[in-house]
Design a protein around this ligand. Structure first.
Ligand SMILES: Cc1cc2nc3c(=O)[nH]c(=O)nc-3n(C[C@H](O)[C@H](O)[C@H](O)COP(=O)(O)O)c2cc1C
Length: 292
């Protein structure tokens, strides 16, 4: 269904809210630079609508070693409504530390709404970890498909590398969803290495949506380069391509997408929402500046 809708939009310029004068997306996604072409490559499997679960309008990104319990407590004092994401917790850590889970999973009640981000590539462990985490009443469970770190991507196939295996991510999200009582989401890049076409991104989303109940994706709008760049460089060297994000909004109307990457002020957050974004996630700026 998503793809049929894409075909309908074949010659339509991607949406830009009228009258927006801000510069965030200018030049990257305009009538003269339509960017991503509508996707027709993937299957036309029916996708139920996102349902009652609306993605957060504003969220703070998962950041390893940064968005720990201490930071999240401070962030909750600053904002009552922002959704807070945990640092990534590896599924194997949860499974192997099941007698010590509070250390990795407990959080104060007032940190709601809060999302647990899990990392992993073993279906059984992802399922077991989710089941154990379910007892902690997170508001959403998210799978990391965006981390380019050698430590993650090189040892076991997970993080951004998972984007190269959409079939597996579909199965993983199905297993995660089957073991928790809350909505599930995927955080990913727009591509990996040379697999960076808009069509490949559509195939990824389409496969995950058709194989699992996932209806929320967080799109870090730059690709990951798995070899040769440090994680920090991977957050600034590959160019941001917001046009991919807006094309996904157009081509998958039943799915909700949160925009992430390079957004540093509240004006940019507002502009993104006015231009149609379902939600905006801020990472480094929320940590470094506290007040946007
Ligand atoms: C120190 C640090 C640690 C990060 N750890 C994670 C992580 O555990 N999981 C994840 O999905 N992304 C992680 N990221 C990426 C952020 O979630 C976000 O996608 C990225 O910083 C781009 O958003 P920004 O431009 O608003 O910072 C990390 C980023 C930083 C700076």
């Amino acid at each position: 269904m998503a793809m049929r809708s894409a075909a309908k939009h074949a010659l339509v310029t991607p949406p830009l809210a009228p009258g927006i004068s801000g510069a965030l997306f200018r030049g990257r996604f305009s009538p003269r630079n339509p960017g991503a072409r509508p996707c027709r490559a993937a299957s036309s499997s029916p996708a139920p609508a996102a349902g009652k679960h609306l993605p957060p309008l504003f969220s703070v990104a998962p950041m390893m070693d940064w968005t720990d319990n201490h930071y999240r407590t401070l962030a909750r004092l600053i904002s009552r409504h922002a959704w807070l994401y945990t640092e990534m917790v590896v599924a194997e850590t949860i499974v192997h530390q099941k007698d010590n889970l509070d250390r990795f999973l407990a959080f104060p009640e007032d940190q709601h709404p809060i999302v647990l981000q899990i990392g992993g590539s073993n279906l059984e462990n992802l399922a077991k970890a989710t089941k154990l985490a379910n007892a902690y009443s997170y508001d959403e469970i998210n799978l990391n498909c965006g981390c380019p770190s050698g430590k993650v991507a090189g040892h076991g196939c997970f993080g951004a590398r998972l984007m190269l295996d959409p079939e597996f991510v579909g199965d993983a999200m199905s297993a995660i969803a089957a073991n928790c009582d809350v909505p599930v989401s995927v955080k990913c890049r727009i591509g990996v290495d040379d697999h960076d076409s808009y069509e490949e991104l559509c195939e990824f989303v389409d496969k995950v949506v058709s194989k699992s109940p996932t209806r929320h994706f967080i799109i870090h709008a730059r690709k990951a380069l798995l070899n040769g760049l440090s994680p920090a460089e991977n957050r600034k060297v590959p160019p941001l391509k917001y046009e991919y994000y807006f094309a996904l909004l157009r081509d998958f109307p039943q799915v909700k997408f949160t925009l992430n990457g390079g957004i540093t002020t509240i004006d940019e957050v507002s502009l993104s929402i006015r231009q149609g974004a379902n939600g905006v996630m801020v990472g480094r700026a929320a940590y470094n500046k506290y007040v946007l």
